[in-house]
Design a protein around this ligand. Structure first.
Ligand SMILES: [Zn+2]
Length: 164
């Protein structure tokens, strides 16, 4: 059997998953865009992660399922693309693990029978990376990986991976 395949959401990138371990990693262009705005090294991403556009069939299947489960309003376009890619990968790879901490994403994945990787990003084969996010303008540091602009002075934030 070959290496396990993983479909990664943006939080998986912030946790450092694609930078270590030996799985085959996949994501969508929408996730990549999200990750890029947070200054995560894009050359690293391209060397480790295959970026794929999900099929329109899978996107509509995800939308109709999410409508039934009541999760559609909680899903972003990025979330929908991720789930649709998971569906595609189940066909093309014969199996995949979806990595997402988002409740609505996990809920819809379960209904679609897309296998979910364990929520704990610290466990398993990966060592967790802690991102140090800091402002060059005022020197303040942050821990919230979703922040891109310093709330204090408005400067674009810089992040550094510190493993351990
Ligand atoms: Zn600042």
């Amino acid at each position: 059997m070959s290496e396990p395949a993983y479909v990664l959401d943006s939080t998986a990138f912030y946790a450092g998953i694609p930078y270590q371990g030996s799985g085959r990693y996949y994501t969508t262009y929408l996730v990549l865009e999200e990750v890029k705005t947070h200054n995560v090294g894009s050359s690293l991403i391209h060397s480790r992660v295959q970026v794929t556009e999900p099929s329109p069939e899978s996107i509509s299947r995800v939308k109709s399922t999410a409508t039934k489960t009541g999760d559609l309003s909680a899903l972003s376009q990025t979330d929908i693309s991720l789930l649709a890619l998971g569906l595609d990968m189940m066909k093309t790879e014969g199996g995949v693990n979806l990595v997402s901490d988002d409740f609505a994403v996990r809920n819809v994945a379960e209904v679609l029978s897309i296998p979910l990787a364990p929520t704990s990003l610290k466990g398993g084969e990966w060592k967790n990376i802690t991102w140090k996010i800091y402002c060059r303008g005022c020197g303040k540091t942050y821990t919230n990986p979703k922040l891109t602009i310093c709330p204090v002075c408005g400067t674009q934030l810089v992040r550094k991976a510190s493993s351990g």
